[in-house]
Ligand binder design. Structure first.
Ligand code: AMP
Length: 173
């Protein structure tokens, strides 16, 4: 029931940010307090017994859901940001885009060795961003307990790229 409510709130924007891409706009999910709460609660319910240490959140929409889940679960937040945004010493991973490449960074003390970390973003497309972020968490010695998204675009096979990780995404296209 909640998943239907969340799905109904996700807005398709054709040809954004470029022709041929259907952008899944989650702004209406955020603007409706019941739908936002239902979205956050899916992750909270799933992980309340998981003994997580941190939630690693991917810039920028992952921050919104991840912060609420972390607050509710009483666990810390680790930031995954686009290259050049983080002020302290960082580790960096580069990944391929359709044209060119991109890089994400984390602070070297964002997660500690042995910590149990949930990685969370709003949407799984090709999986490139999430694989790069998961690699950083592991490089820092922590364990990726699961990789979660609100939305999965299954036709892009991001799950294949994330094989070896548990993946959870309640809304699948
Ligand atoms: P990827 O690395 O290909 O899995 O891309 C994932 C990132 O790009 C996520 O942070 C998404 O927010 C964003 N993204 C990719 N495709 C879409 C889309 N069709 N609609 C909304 N966001 C998208």
């Amino acid at each position: 029931m909640n998943i239907e409510k969340i799905t109904a709130a996700i807005r398709d924007i054709p040809d954004f940010p470029q022709p041929g891409i259907v952008f899944k706009d989650i702004a209406p999910v955020l603007s409706d307090p019941d739908v936002f709460r239902a979205s956050v609660d899916l992750f909270v319910e799933r992980h309340k017994e998981a003994a997580l240490d941190k939630i690693a959140v991917i810039e920028a929409r992952g921050f919104l859901f991840g912060a609420a889940v972390a607050y509710q679960l009483g666990v810390g937040i680790a930031l995954v940001r686009k290259k050049g945004k983080l002020p302290f010493t960082t580790v960096e991973a580069t990944y391929d885009l359709e044209y060119g490449s991109a890089a994400v960074e984390m602070h070297t003390d964002a997660v500690a060795a042995g910590e149990r970390v949930l990685l969370l973003d709003d949407l799984l497309a090709t999986g490139g961003t999430a694989v790069a972020a998961a690699g950083l968490i592991e490089d820092l010695g922590a364990t990726v307990v699961e990789v979660d998204f609100l939305i999965e675009l299954s036709f892009l096979d991001g799950r294949e790229k994330l094989k070896g990780y548990e993946v959870f995404a309640p809304v699948v296209y």
